[in-house]
Design a protein around this ligand. Structure first.
Ligand code: UDP
Length: 314
């Protein structure tokens, strides 16, 4: 069994990863500074003797004693609203935090998987996006702090691989959703679902013709696990290619939550990508992976999660 560090282990994806690795019998050390992570996401894991939580800001240091087999580097704010509020922290965790995580991997002779993103493609000029596309990113726009930090993360990771021989893996993660997203993180899934459940107006930005492709978190976690233990050192897209417009997405959530909310239109954020859809041929070929959870099924369990959160808050 492996001994694994998960940075951002109390976050949305990090907590699901922690759960999956524990279920597979591994030892998990979750590291998080709880800036956008939440102790509630991992509260149920504390009773497991193979689980440890370290409250640390990984931009300063990562201190973990004993041997390590693998590191999953998932610490970062992940919502455009968060990057606007935490621009410097977003840049620091993607750059300095990644440097610390890679340094730990080198020191412990552990393999490391780093969380990159479809945002490295920016507002893409090729569609769907393949891994050989270099992207179209505005370095000084509001999203630049995340996009460029993640591009630096990829460059730093490749350098540790080629220069230090560290076993590295790079996942380019597309829009992912599911239970444990933060209610107020400002992303489209928590926004639409909470608005629909409260009967508030559902805020479509722009005319809603921009597209996204949504992957349920359990599918993503399966892809990440396969990538970690594979031999692939080049970036791999992980996401669900089922693409839809944001307007259609709002209608779907409204219907599934049996909501009487009105759909309203608000200003489109600066540099909001017009389209986004992963080409996952490589993940299929190299990892034998593709998503299995249908959108309605994933949305229903996410709606149930937010309904219980709203009830608890009331
Ligand atoms: N969006 C929206 N209403 C909201 C929140 C987001 O229409 O209340 C749109 C946003 O402009 C973008 C898409 O939904 O086009 C996905 O936004 P999100 O913040 O989830 O992440 P992104 O994919 O842009 O990184």
């Amino acid at each position: 069994m492996a001994r694994v560090v998960i940075t951002g282990g109390a976050g949305f994806i990090g907590s699901h990863l922690s759960e999956r690795f524990l279920a597979q019998g591994h030892e998990v050390i979750a590291v998080d500074n709880l800036l956008t992570g939440d102790r509630d996401n991992i509260a149920h894991l504390f009773e497991n003797s193979r689980f440890t939580f370290l409250e640390q800001d990984i931009t300063n240091y990562i201190y973990v004693s004993g041997p390590l087999d693998a590191i999953l580097h998932f610490a970062s704010p992940a919502s455009p609203v968060d990057y606007l509020e935490l621009p410097i922290q977003t840049l620091k965790v993607g750059s300095l935090g990644t440097h610390k995580a890679l340094g730990l991997a080198k020191e412990k002779n552990a393999r490391i998987l780093v969380a990159s993103t479809s945002e490295v493609y920016g507002d893409p000029q090729i569609h769907p996006q393949t891994e050989d596309y270099w992207g179209n990113v505005n370095p000084i726009g509001p999203r630049g702090v995340y996009d460029e930090a993640k591009r630096f993360l990829e460059a730093m990771t490749m350098a540790y691989h080629t220069h230090h021989g560290v076993q590295t893996r790079i996942a380019r993660i597309f829009n992912t959703y599911g239970p444990r997203m933060r209610m107020r993180d400002g992303r489209v899934v928590p926004n639409f679902i909470c608005q629909a459940l409260r009967g508030e107006d559902m805020t479509v930005y722009g005319d809603g013709s921009q597209t996204r492709s949504f992957c349920f978190v359990s599918d993503l976690v399966e892809g990440l696990t396969r990538l970690l233990w594979s031999d692939e050192t080049q970036p791999v897209n992980l996401g669900n290619p089922a693409e839809m417009t944001i307007e259609r997405f709002a209608e779907r959530i409204k219907a599934l939550s049996k909501s009487g909310s009105k759909i309203v239109y608000r200003e489109l954020p600066v540099d909001d990508p017009k389209v986004r859809q992963p080409d996952i041929s490589k993940a299929k070929r190299v990892l034998g992976w593709e998503p299995e959870v249908e959108l309605d099924q994933g949305l229903e369990s996410t709606i149930a999660y937010f309904a219980s959160k709203l009830e608890a808050a009331a």
